[in-house]
Design a protein around this ligand. Structure first.
Ligand code: NI
Length: 402
């Protein structure tokens, strides 16, 4: 592994920042303390800072030379609404809030890189370090884009990174094309007509219609989707009724749809609506069909992925980079940035769990688990990757020979 010495020497400082953020988790768009720390540190290191994009977002601007070229490096800052059960010194001090996805570590790795880049500036152009709010369901990336991130700070490409538990420290995973799924939710209300359960002929039973709809939806993935492509349609809640002798007025179906392409998503939504409306009609019922698209699929661009892969290989070694990592049905709002700009999102191995409290679960701890902790061993690896990526992307051109 070829880590950058000054970054390794700065490890203790960055780790202290990481643990402080971990101990003070803040939820979507409430990252006031966290963004204050980020902005203060960047300014302390001589980096001009812009605040307020997407609410609590922070952009640091690190320039060198006259080149108009620019690159964006992005980290997320928000925590999750869940209770931490770790007992180490930096455990969450805010009840019901926890950095269980490692965004504290993502923020710290990018700070480590910014610190080095501000001191060395071995590149020609501008590095924008982007600290976004509200990745966990709030669409903070989209909010920053709507606030003019890419118009105010034009950049050629943008890059993201997420820690990945259960994968060895010192390794990376990436793939060109779809790497994470689109995330969507639906709520479909089947409207019938309530009646006495002993007199079903006087009502329209919404429960029977809802069951038929849920069953028929399962044919969308098995019969309508191309078998070589992936999609998930899960009905996760059915709500109806309140008594054993009453046929209710309505029944509600709630759930999630995941796909790796917008075309597949369009098809699934269209078929769901057709099946719901026509099945309901067959029972003389009606439907109120609500389908909400949250995050689009995360699609890595081929050229930038090849570029990032070479940088990762130069840092950790050729055989430590899985260049065709299995995509995940999880979702990530960096997908919005990759819709707006070319770029690449990578996984950095978070280890098998040895770094956590002893006695808190066995083996690697998953993201969004109450025993999770970001592995501080990653800090210099991730920061080195960010620096080498920026330096190679904005490589200095050789001076003219006179
Ligand atoms: Ni996350």
């Amino acid at each position: 592994m070829k880590l950058i010495d000054p970054i390794v020497r700065f490890h203790a400082d960055i780790q202290q920042i990481r643990r402080d953020i971990h101990a003070h988790p803040e939820l979507c768009f409430e990252e006031h303390r966290t963004s204050e720390i980020v902005a203060q540190k960047l300014q302390e290191w001589g980096i001009p800072v812009v605040r307020g994009l997407g609410g609590t977002g922070v952009v640091g601007i690190i320039k060198h030379g006259d080149s108009p070229r620019a690159i964006g490096l992005r980290a997320d800052m928000d925590a999750l609404p869940m209770q931490e059960i770790n007992t180490f010194a930096h455990t969450s001090q805010h009840a019901g809030k926890m950095h269980a996805c490692g965004h504290d570590g993502h923020t710290a790795m990018l700070l480590g890189a910014a610190h080095y880049l501000s001191q060395h500036r071995d590149f020609d152009g501008t590095v924008y370090v982007i600290f976004q709010p509200a990745e966990e369901g709030g669409g903070g990336a989209r909010r920053m884009i709507e606030d003019g991130l890419f118009e105010k700070y034009p950049m050629e490409a943008v890059f993201g990174m997420h820690n990945w538990p259960g994968v060895a420290v010192g390794t990376f995973g990436v793939t060109a094309g779809p790497m994470m799924a689109s995330s969507n939710e639906f709520e479909v209300i089947v409207k019938g007509k309530g009646a006495h359960a002993a007199q079903p002929h006087k009502g329209i039973d919404p429960i029977i219609a809802a069951i038929q709809i849920a069953q028929s939806w399962q044919t969308i993935v098995s019969r309508n989707a191309n078998p070589l492509e992936s999609a998930v349609l899960s009905v996760t809640q059915i709500h109806s009724g309140s008594a054993t002798n009453v046929i209710p007025d309505d029944a509600t179906l709630i759930g999630t749809v995941r796909t790796f392409s917008t075309e597949m998503l369009d098809m699934v939504e269209r078929r769901m609506r057709t099946i719901a409306e026509h099945t309901a009609a067959a029972f003389d019922a009606e439907v109120d069909f609500r389908f909400k698209r949250n995050y689009p699929p995360l699609i890595n661009h081929a050229k930038e992925t090849a570029f990032a892969t070479e940088v990762m290989r130069a840092v950790v070694g050729h055989d430590k980079v899985e260049a065709q990592v299995e995509p995940t049905m999880g979702a990530e709002d960096f997908a919005f940035m990759l819709q707006a700009k070319p770029g690449c999102y990578v996984f950095i191995g978070n280890g098998e769990g040895e770094h956590r409290d002893i006695g808190h679960g066995l083996g690697p701890c998953n993201l969004h688990n109450p025993s999770y902790d970001f592995n501080d061993d990653l800090l210099p690896i991730g920061a080195t990757y960010w620096v080498r990526l920026a330096e190679s992307y904005l490589k200095k051109t050789a001076p003219d020979v006179i």
